[in-house]
Design a protein. Structure first.
Length: 107
């Protein structure tokens, strides 16, 4: 056991403190400052060339849905009358009240 401890102590004699290469801290500080100052490019979604067409499409969808909703005023009055009756609620009356039984585009 004594021999093993001597080997360990002898191996520790040659150790010395690790040193950084020349100008390491100067380069590190410079790199950190460059990274802090570097601005990230704006996201693609925020660019006007992308945002303007997306907003225009959303506007078109809103206008189309308002026109379609206003095109069928008779169904709204009919559905309110169906809801005010004292009939038990069914799936058909629910669909009619919320205008869910519209005709399919493919028919």
């Amino acid at each position: 056991m004594d021999n093993r401890e001597d080997k360990i102590l002898n191996s520790l004699e040659g150790l010395h403190k690790a040193t950084a290469p020349d100008f390491f801290y100067t380069r590190l500080k410079g790199r950190m400052q460059r990274e802090m100052e570097a601005k990230r490019p704006p996201l693609f979604l925020l660019k006007p060339a992308f945002a303007a067409p997306v907003l225009f499409i959303i506007l078109l969808v809103n206008v189309f849905s308002i026109v379609q909703f206003n095109r069928q005023p008779g169904k709204v009055a009919h559905s309110k009358a169906a809801v005010s009756n004292q009939q038990p609620a069914t799936i058909e009356s629910f669909a009619e009240a919320y205008n869910l039984n519209t005709e399919s585009v493919y028919e």
